[in-house]
Each structure stands twice: as structure tokens, then as C-alpha cells.
Design a protein around this ligand. Structure first.
Ligand code: ZN
Ligand code: ZN
Length: 336
């Protein structure tokens, strides 16, 4: 079968490899669409701490089930896949938090994933797609699940307002999820005009943070208090500097972005507001199932997918994602 292979730092090839032969408890999926994630960019850069070449990357994908050993999901069903591999016996796993397993592994990072014509996956990880979710949207469920998890895990309440930093796939998905979850007001901060305009086309108010007095501005937009929820979907120092100015007393700061470098924060401001900073990682199975439903309910989710490329353009996918101003937000490969 054809696969996109990570061969080493900044080196990918498209070549033939043997089709996986699933062992007991695993099922075969014929891949339709697979998205490039920030994590794949880390692997590509050669900086991911666990991924080892040669590797078939890809943990955001959809396809057709080719096995008949998945309870309740007939062979031929269109599916997406929950890509987490938890050990099942560590303390987090045994206390209902398998998504933050002490030894968490993922398809496409720790073993071969979805950037290939076929992938093998644990039977319990197969999630059927509803008829109104296309294969393309099925591959977007994974990043949306990250955002659904952030809101559910941290107790977002309908009617709360929120500020979202960053308009990448995660920022846009978070803003859309906030709307689905009943936010009374969602404001986005993004300095890239192309990305800001895309968010505006989804009906969001977007402003640039350049030169803004963050504290005064956020108070002016929230009746003098600051935001109930401040979602960091950017992961850069300038945003870390602003989070504590944007949030209200006892409000929530949720860091969804994965910071590439250590960041500093003006902790004294956190003390004055008695703030708890919250972090989230991936998703629970339930978040994933919810994301698989909501991607179909709002056509705006589709706008996040800016490029769908054939496998032959594997390199172009990574070039788009690593070039500033390319206009790429979510780039997918189609194996159909
Ligand atoms: Zn991802
Ligand atoms: Zn575990």
C-alpha cells in the first residue's frame, strides 16, 4: 500500500509498504482523509520526543472499516478513530483518566497512523460517522474533540462569555464549540488578517491585539469585569503575557495550545485575581463522540479545512503548514 513516511528530520517520502495485518483486538481501516496536525509538524521537524523514523504519521483520519470484529459497527461503515493508546493499568488509567495515562501513546506518533491507504486500530477506538458527516469532516473530529474536551473538562456553562486567542484550527474549532455550547459572547484575537477574515466569515468578531491595552479593553467589553473564559489557542509568549489581563476575578484561563518553548507569566496578576490556570490534553472518548456529532451541525467547521491534497503532494502539505502566510489552516490528504 501507499504511505507517506517520516524518514527523519524534514524528510518525508511516499512509498509502498506492506498493508497492516491486524492482530487480535485490532481492526483494519481503509483511510479516506487524514489531516496534518501541529504534532505532525513537530515530528517532521525532528523535535518530537517520542516519534521515531520510519513512521507513518497521522492521528486525525477517517475511512471505511474493513474488519468485521468491531461490536456494533458493521464492516463497510464509515468511521473515524480515537487515536489514544492508554496502558490501562497506571493510576490515571485506573481512576478514569486514561486520556492522560502516565504512558500515553498515539496512533501516528508511537506506531503507524493514518497517512497511508490502510491503518490498523484497536477495535474499541472505532467511532462510526453519522450519514450527515462526510469523510472529510470525519477527519476533523479529532481537533474538534480537543476543544470539546477543554469546555467539558473545565466546566464551561451556557451564558458564559469567552475570549479566544488564535485562529488556527484549534482556535476556530474552540470558537465554534463555544457557540454550540451556548456562550453569550465570543471574541477572538488574531493578528493575521487572512485568518481573522476567515473567522469573521463564520460570524465572529475578531480584533488584533497589536497595541491594545488588554486589561482596559477586555473590561470595556465585559461590563467592567474581564472575560469569564480566556482560551489560549496560540501558545506564544505574547499571549501568555496577556492572559491574566483578559480574565476576570476567579475566571478561567484554559491553555489548549501546546507551547513549544517555556513561557513566563506575570504571576502577581494571577494572585490579585485569585486565578487558577487550567491545562487540557487531548480528549476523552465521550468528547470524541460529541465532536463527531457537532461537526455536522455547523457548516462553518468545513471552512477550517483549507486544503485537501492527493498523496502525491505529500511534501506540499508540510510546506503549506510550515510557510507563514500560506493561508493553510487545516491541510488534509485524500487517499480515495
Ligand atoms: Zn491532532
Ligand atoms: Zn495508563
Amino acid at each position: 500500500m501507499k504511505a507517506i513516511i517520516y524518514e527523519g528530520a524534514e524528510q518525508i517520502t511516499v512509498r509502498e509498504i506492506p498493508k497492516p495485518q491486524p492482530s487480535e483486538g485490532w481492526a483494519l481501516v481503509k483511510v479516506s482523509h487524514a489531516g496534518i496536525c501541529g504534532t505532525d509538524l513537530n515530528i517532521y521537524a525532528g523535535t518530537h520526543p517520542r516519534a521515531k523514523a520510519p513512521l507513518v504519521m497521522g492521528h486525525e483520519f477517517s475511512g471505511e472499516l474493513e474488519s468485521d470484529n468491531v461490536p456494533g459497527v458493521p464492516r463497510g461503515s464509515r468511521v473515524t478513530v480515537y487515536p489514544l493508546l492508554s496502558c490501562g493499568h497506571c493510576e490515571p488509567c485506573r481512576s478514569g483518566n486514561a486520556h492522560v495515562c502516565n504512558d500515553l501513546k498515539l496512533l501516528g506518533i508511537d506506531c503507524d497512523g493514518g497517512f497511508a491507504e490502510y491503518v490498523q486500530v484497536p477495535v474499541e477506538s472505532v467511532i462510526p460517522l453519522a450519514d450527515n458527516v462526510s469523510n472529510k469532516m470525519g477527519a476533523l473530529v479529532e481537533p474538534v474533540a480537543v476543544c470539546v474536551h477543554a469546555l467539558r473538562e473545565r466546566g464551561f456553562q451556557p451564558g458564559d462569555n469567552a475570549l479566544v486567542f488564535g485562529c488556527g484550527a484549534i482556535g476556530l474549532s474552540t470558537a465554534l464549540a463555544l457557540r454550540v455550547f451556548g456562550a453569550s459572547f465570543v471574541l477572538i484575537m488574531e493578528n493575521d488578517e487572512y485568518r481573522a477574515n476567515l473567522a469573521r466569515s463564520m460570524g465572529f468578531e475578531v480584533i488584533s491585539s497589536t497595541g491594545l491595552d488588554m486589561d482596559a479593553y477586555c473590561k470595556s467589553r465585559t461590563g467592567g469585569n474581564g472575560f469569564d473564559w480566556v482560551m489560549d489557542c496560540a501558545g506564544v509568549q505574547s499571549v501568555a503575557d496577556a492572559l491574566l489581563d483578559a480574565v476576570k476575578v476567579h475566571g478561567h484561563i484554559v491553555v489548549i495550545a501546546s507551547y513549544k518553548k517555556p513561557a513566563s507569566m506575570p504571576f502577581i496578576k494571577g494572585m490579585f485575581k485569585e486565578i487558577t490556570i487550567e491545562f487540557v490534553r487531548v480528549y476523552r472518548l465521550k468528547d470524541f463522540a460529541i465532536a463527531a456529532k457537532i461537526v455536522a451541525n455547523d457548516p462553518n467547521f468545513e471552512k477550517i479545512i483549507t486544503h485537501v491534497l492527493p498523496v502525491s503532494e505529500a511534501q506540499k502539505g508540510f510546506d503549506l503548514m510550515t510557510t507563514r502566510g500560506s493561508g493553510a489552516i487545516k491541510v488534509m490528504y485524500s487517499f480515495d
